[in-house]
Design a protein around this ligand. Structure first.
Ligand code: ATP
Ligand code: MG
Length: 561
């Protein structure tokens, strides 16, 4: 197992290298107030990796009595959309966190960032370059070869200012000119070899519309946005470690109001899971799934729709060690957290997924009777409900075998089983259609066993669930299998080729006990023996749809073996 778990007691405060650093910074007086931010780029929906970043940033702010901002890194109008902004806000709230004040946007700072770009030009620390993107790449050199200067590197301040203003005024085409910081073409760190800080993009921006046609790059916008918001600890993932010297260079070169510091941690990676917006975007765009919130997606909206509780995700994230080393987490750990949470809180109900009709021949009660069933064995205060019993009931097709092997303890000819919360029944006959398929099973019941025990001490080996036919609510139930057939999708080919063709199974003749209609839509339900379920967002009173969040037990061993 490569599960990356911290063995701390989760009730006590967790610690890791970032929290240690923050404690140090406070003790040495480097920062008095802790301010963090979660900075998504609104070019897709949030996924499980973002949950780690969200929990880390918001929990740290909480633990140290500080604040955490939500800031949209909306510097690329070509890929960003309002839909994503709204979805991200909803996901962060759902995870249980509250950002400081109103949401922030890098685009709120475009005026200031522009002035700082002019400040760099005036200080001789930035220049307009006419090289093409490809030429810039060539001139930049490699890890073993230094870069060489662009022929435009030594333009004077006035010319640079004039050209930069004309870039802003829309005089040039995309790619015709860029603004670059003038740092060090021989630096071992390629990020310092005169990085591009402004580029021309003639696209309407979701928030600033057509006000700008030049946009700051991530590197130029991020640290300065942190400074404007007086962020103390700017947490990001490891791929930005090499950008830290650049982050600091801008902060030192500009008259910014604060000096934030960047710290990096390893991205969350999980088996059988794809966590990259680029790839998730493809799944949606190419219709491999039904949308960003498809319950098979590793997005927060997909997990929510599937019925995964936010508390289970927070618990999962807390068990991961925040680390400087790339590691991989087994999906079984996430599933364990989901089961643990649902086992405690879910309401128990009965549902038959693949129905087989049972007729109880000696049931002479003209109508029905109502039997008491426990709602949640973990919480007696959740009480009980009444479940109707009548002459015709549904049981699970798998709970009956005409010719059972020895170890089969459920219903079979001549066998007696317990109906959960109800009676013992004994199979007396089978009725088949012309194709030989069993369409009905005939039974007798023992009225003395009401409630599930026999007064004569008779024992049965099996207990099965059931639903009264007359009272059943019809429903569609969706079962999910992993979206990928292998633990590392895409490691040897296009990850699309690793998609599981059987990731969804739709059962459209399911029978639910009637009390289902009394439950709120957001209640987690355990259909006894069948798993944990959640009403789908498209469910209607006259067309019920449930998603199976997760099975009762871990099935990974079976899948792997
Ligand atoms: P992706 O690789 O999925 O496109 P990203 O880093 O481009 O992700 P952003 O919207 O820029 O996505 O990320 C917002 C924040 O979430 C950043 O601080 C980023 O480092 C963090 N983040 C993104 N993916 C992960 C992950 N897998 N694990 C932990 N944090 C992540
Ligand atoms: Mg990104």
């Amino acid at each position: 197992m490569t599960i990356n778990t911290a063995d701390t007691n989760h009730e006590t405060m967790t610690t890791d290298f970032i929290r240690e650093k923050i404690r140090d910074d406070i003790n040495t007086g480097k920062y008095e107030v802790v301010a963090t931010r979660f900075p998504p780029e609104p070019n897709g929906y949030l996924h499980l990796g973002h949950a780690l970043s969200i929990c880390l940033n918001f929990s740290i702010a909480e633990e140290f009595g500080g604040t955490c901002n939500l800031r949209f890194d909306d510097t690329n109008p070509a890929k960003e959309e309002i839909e994503f902004i709204e979805a991200i806000k909803e996901d962060v709230k759902w995870l249980g966190f509250t950002w400081e004040g109103s949401p922030k946007f890098a685009s709120d700072y475009f005026d200031q960032l522009y002035l700082w770009a002019e400040h760099l030009i005036t200080a001789g620390k930035a220049y307009v370059d006419d090289l093409t993107a490809e030429e810039i790449r060539e001139y930049r050199g490699t890890l073993t070869e230094p870069g060489k200067p662009s022929p435009f590197r030594d333009r004077d301040v006035d010319e640079n200012l004039d050209l930069f203003r004309r870039m802003k005024d829309g005089e040039f085409a995309e790619g015709q000119r860029v603004l670059r910081a003038k740092i060090d073409l021989t630096s071992g760190n390629i990020n310092l070899r005169d990085p591009v800080i402004y580029r021309i993009i003639h696209a309407s921006h979701p928030r600033t519309a057509n006000k700008w046609c030049i946009y700051p790059t991530y590197d130029f916008a991020h640290g300065q946005s942190d400074a404007i918001e007086t962020i103390s600890h700017s947490l990001c993932t490891l791929e930005f470690a090499d950008h830290r010297p650049l982050y600091n260079w801008f902060i030192d070169a500009l008259p910014v109001p604060a000096h934030p510091n960047q710290y990096e941690f390893a991205k969350l990676q999980m088996t059988y899971t794809v966590l990259s917006k680029r790839r998730l975007t493809r799944l949606v765009a190419e219709n491999h799934v039904e949308g960003w919130n498809d319950p098979r997606m590793a997005t927060l909206s997909g997990l929510r729709r599937r019925g995964v509780p936010a508390a289970a995700l927070r618990d999962f994230v807390q068990r991961l060690s925040v680390s400087k080393n790339e590691g991989e987490v087994e999906i079984a750990l996430l599933e364990h957290c989901i089961r643990e949470n649902l086992n405690i809180k879910s309401e128990r109900r009965m549902a038959v997924l693949n129905p087989l009709k049972i007729v109880i021949e000696n049931y002479s009660n003209p109508g029905s009777e109502w039997l008491e069933a426990t709602n949640n064995p973990n919480f007696p205060e959740k009480g009980s409900r009444l479940v109707p019993f009548s002459k015709e009931i549904w049981i699970e097709r798998d709970d009956f075998m005409e010719d059972p092997p020895k170890k089969f303890f459920r219903l079979a000819p001549g066998r007696e089983v317990r109906l959960r919360y109800a009676f013992f029944i004994t199979c007396t006959d089978i009725i088949k259609d012309t194709s030989g398929k069993i369409v009905e099973v005939r039974c007798t019941y023992d009225p003395e066993t009401r409630g599930g025990n026999s007064p004569d001490g008779r024992k049965v080996k099996g207990t099965i669930h059931w639903v009264s036919s007359e009272h059943a609510q019809d429903a569609e139930i969706r079962l999910f299998n992993p979206l990928y057939v292998c633990p590392h999708p895409g490691s040897e080919n296009d990850f699309i080729d690793d998609i599981n063709p059987n990731s969804i199974e739709i059962l459209n003749d399911c029978k639910l006990e009637p009390s289902i209609s009394e439950l709120n839509n957001d209640v987690a339900i355990q259909f006894e023996r069948m798993g944990y379920f959640f009403k789908d967002e498209t469910s209607q009173p006259d067309k019920l749809i449930f998603n199976r969040t997760i099975s009762l037990r871990d099935t990974w061993q079976k899948i792997k073996g």
